[in-house]
Design a protein around this ligand. Structure first.
Ligand code: ZN
Length: 347
């Protein structure tokens, strides 16, 4: 396929966006290109000339659907081309270059939806240029291209119940002004592989029926959307139990769990040593209290030293917890304190 955001012959055939959902493998596949080539790619022919062919985790198309709240696609992608259709031929190259640069960047992102729409906008422009009646050509161009960029302006098609993870059905009525055009509700269903087991849907004029189809299928299959505990990505899962999006995050979480466990073990260790040391002091003080003729001023001194010891120990323990001191420093200091009470109780 000729892909280039400069002047060339437009594609004479319909370039389709074809989606295949694999429930078993929990994958989505998107192949885009002219019908004949897409069909042959889906039958397994790698030499088929397509625009894009990607397989990703199920739900990615919805979760990563292009969102353009500031209308950049319209301002930088469509507006210069619309102007070019009304301008004289000396002004056209700069306008085409501005739009071409923007669309090229979107295309190079590698996201199949962005690639498809960037390609389609450019191709519709090339086709519009061939028409004689400029105002009509411009209307024709905007009518086709703006349909895509409008979908990007609106809120994400992926809305789900945060408690159950169930996707909400897609409402076209709230997105299309007036009565819904048939193009927004119609989808081509294909069975392209040789055994006719794979079910694919193909979109051309509108992305909306594709979204409706996708969300309906997910609901039929009882799948739910989850937000990954580690990376925050939205992913699809077979039940609410799943909290991590994949092996990478599972490994990260396991490492984090181990670190926390070690940390707790270390904490317990110096905490335990401190408690033991306190008990040691208490034992010595109690013994002194029970000893007949133990000097009262010495006992007083022991009690004062014990309070001082506890006060400092708690302060030091805090710095270990806050990581401004290491546990070894603290335990070393603890051992030295033993001497103080030992000396005082030695009567
Ligand atoms: Zn993750």
């Amino acid at each position: 396929m000729e892909i280039g955001f400069e002047r060339h012959d437009p594609c004479r055939e319909r370039v389709l966006f074809v989606l295949t959902l694999d429930r078993k493998k929990m994958k989505e596949r998107i192949v885009s290109g002219i019908e004949y080539e897409v069909r042959s790619r889906l039958r397994g022919e790698q030499s088929a000339d397509v625009l894009v062919d990607v397989t990703r985790p199920l739900g990615t198309f919805l979760a990563e659907f292009e969102h353009d709240p500031d209308g950049e696609w319209n301002r930088f992608g469509l507006a210069p081309l619309r102007e070019a259709l009304h301008s004289n031929r000396w002004k056209q190259p700069d306008l085409e270059k501005a739009a071409g640069d923007f669309l090229r960047k979107k295309f190079d992102s590698g996201d199949p939806l962005r690639m498809y729409v960037a390609y389609r906008i450019w191709d519709e422009y090339l086709r519009a240029r061939e028409k004689r009646d400029r105002p009509a050509a411009c209307d024709w161009f905007m009518d086709r291209a703006a349909h895509f960029t409008m979908a990007f302006l609106q809120r994400s098609p992926l809305q789900f119940d945060s408690d159950t993870g169930r996707p909400q059905p897609f409402s076209i009525t709230s997105r299309v002004f007036g009565s819904v055009p048939s193009d927004d509700t119609r989808l081509d269903l294909w069975f392209p592989d040789n055994k006719r087991r794979t079910e694919s849907v193909s979109a051309y004029n509108s992305l909306y029926p594709l979204i409706t189809y996708y969300l309906n299928r997910l609901n039929d299959w009882g799948l739910c959307f989850r937000k990954c505990k580690v990376c925050g990505r939205i992913f699809l899962a077979k039940s609410q139990r799943y909290e991590l999006c994949g092996d990478k995050c599972r490994k990260k979480q396991a490492l984090q769990n181990k670190r926390e466990f070690d940390e707790r073990a270390r904490e317990n260790n110096y905490d335990l040593l401190y408690k033991n040391e306190c008990q040691n002091w208490r034992n010595k003080i109690n013994k002194a209290k029970k000893t007949a003729g133990f000097p009262a001023d010495r006992l007083e001194e022991m009690l004062t030293a014990f309070e001082a010891f506890k006060k400092e120990a708690l302060q030091r323990k805090k710095t270990v917890k806050e990581r401004t001191a290491n546990p070894k420093e603290f335990t070393d200091w603890l051992y030295q304190q033993s001497d103080i009470i030992l000396r005082l109780s030695d009567y």
